[in-house]
Design a protein around this ligand. Structure first.
Ligand code: BG6
Length: 487
């Protein structure tokens, strides 16, 4: 069931051929290295962090009045999770959070991106808030601050309250968008005295298609294209409503933006015509979510490709959706599309990926370090973005514990070393990437893969809950300490 499914195979969603629109010429200039052996430094004040999400680590699914989420239901449905596991217990972070913050402190990384579980705060998705709903996050935030770690909160990392799915059809209804806006406002009111940056929604590009189109993620639906497009539109609307609610109810100056796994395009070679083609492709392939958020409209190419399945929307909704963001988070793991200029309309084409293309421990995680250079560069150019965070990057690995008790995750170090080099290249050339959140702080419940895939800098023994630093933790600590890669 899982093997045949390519993790980031989006060719269905975004209208991938036959599209083309004008964009502005590139304005990024290269910097000449003066010392061939100098370490490659990141900008001063670059934000180094790690990331996790609520359902993947918290456990405690029945504690303190938490409602059910669609992931509770999904993981308890036979046949959905590869190792038949659930997030019921996960990393027991709900009780072990102090120890986990100690792990963050030991890395020297001064930022941490976590997510808030909507069903803890509004067990029914809307209506009366759970009086204890934010208590855990209050404790977490305070402990982070005590340890000198800046909290970055994400409001939605896929754990939709089951009640909304049952009562209004979840993201099939704009009622859910409104409920999300209310939830966002409530949370902002409570935490923005201490949390200065809020990510709205994590990876619409994944959960919409996987959850509502292909049935592999919660809630496991296989809806026709028209409905999937409508779901995506409702998620974009939820984002816009949340931005407005945070501005209205949060402290002045609270920063807000999405965390999106944009469809990543890489020019097949670094020549002006392929780069230009990749810019146009980036815009067209991302019109369904990031594009409409940042432009306030769907591109003609997107609407044409969707045809009768295009989302239904009003001008007012587009205005809400495109409420200005303070930053854009990009989750970047793998190159998805290698793009070439083409003589034929629309002027660019997607090249077929060879089956021999290398990947990491997860089959979907193709190795292409240049993607973390090109994706932010192209996005910044296409949408004039001024502040980008890499809101996730990292890799799964075998992570065997050796007889000496250590984990020599040389493949993860290889991956990070190469990706961070390319990220440094981007910052040195002026691409406005201000920070990086490594996925993940520790091994956790990896959705449909259960506990079989490990992405952490810290190994977790899920029987004993013992955390052990992998070699990559030392690697990352060093990068963070020197704010540089290489010697
Ligand atoms: C990102 C998600 O898509 O990738 C994370 O935001 C997730 O939540 C990570 O854990 C790895 O994905 P997967 O599907 O291999 O577990």
């Amino acid at each position: 069931m899982f093997g045949k499914f390519s993790r980031r195979h989006f060719s269905k969603l975004a209208g991938l051929s036959a599209l083309g629109m004008a964009a502005q010429p590139a304005a990024v200039t290269a910097q000449t290295a003066t010392d061939r052996h100098a370490p490659a430094s990141f900008p001063k004040d670059f934000v180094w962090g790690t990331a996790t999400s609520a359902y993947q680590i918290e456990g405690a699914v029945n504690e303190d009045g938490r409602g059910r989420s669609i992931w509770d239901t999904f993981t308890h449905t036979p046949g959905k999770i590869e190792d038949r596991s659930t997030g019921d217990r996960a990393n027991e972070h709900y009780v072990r959070y102090k120890e986990d913050i100690g792990l963050i402190r030991d890395l020297g990384a001064r930022a941490y991106r976590f997510s808030i579980a909507w069903p803890r705060v509004f067990p029914e998705g809307r209506g009366a808030p759970n009086p204890k709903g934010l208590d855990f996050y209050d404790r977490l935030i305070d402990e982070l601050l005590r340890n000198g770690v800046e909290p970055y909160a994400t409001l939605y990392h896929w754990d939709l309250p089951q009640a909304l799915e049952d009562r209004v059809g979840g993201w099939r209804s704009s009622e859910t968008s409104k409920a999300f806006g209310d939830y966002a406002g409530y949370v902002a009111r409570r935490i923005s005295d201490r949390v200065k940056s809020i990510f709205t929604i994590n990876e619409a590009g994944r959960f919409v298609n996987f959850g509502y189109g292909w049935g592999v993620d919660a809630p496991g639906l296989k809806l026709p294209d028209a409905e999937v497009n409508q779901v995506r539109h409702h998620v974009a609307l939820a984002h816009g409503l949340a931005v407005q609610a945070i501005r209205a109810q949060g402290r002045a100056g609270t920063k807000v933006g999405p965390a999106e796994n944009l469809a990543t395009c890489v020019p097949v070679f670094d020549t002006p015509e392929h780069v230009r083609a990749a810019e146009i492709a980036t815009r067209e392939l991302n019109s369904g979510f990031l594009g409409v958020i940042l432009e306030g409209k769907y591109t003609d190419g997107f609407l044409q490709y969707a045809g009768k399945d295009a989302p239904k929307f009003t001008a007012d909704e587009l205005k809400i959706i495109s409420s200005p963001n303070d930053f854009v988070g990009l989750n970047i793991y793998a190159p998805q599309f290698y793009i070439a200029a083409s003589d034929k309309a629309p002027g660019w084409s997607i090249l077929p990926l060879p089956t021999s293309f290398p990947h990491m421990n997860s089959e979907w995680l193709k190795i292409g370090p240049e993607v973390i250079y090109w994706a932010p560069r192209l996005a910044a150019k296409v949408w004039n973005i001024e502040t980008i965070y890499i809101s996730e990057n990292g890799t799964s690995a075998e992570d065997k514990v050796h007889a000496d008790g250590r984990i020599y995750d040389l493949d993860r170090i290889m991956y990070l070393r190469n990706y961070l080099r390319q990220l440094q290249r981007a910052t040195a050339e002026g691409v406005p990437v201000r920070g990086y959140f490594l996925w993940s702080l520790m091994d956790n419940f990896e959705w449909i893969f259960g506990y079989e895939k490990r992405f952490g800098l810290y190994h977790v023994d899920f029987e004993t809950q013992r955390r052990t630093a992998k070699l990559s933790a030392a690697f990352y600590r060093d990068v963070v300490a020197r704010n540089a890669i290489g010697v």
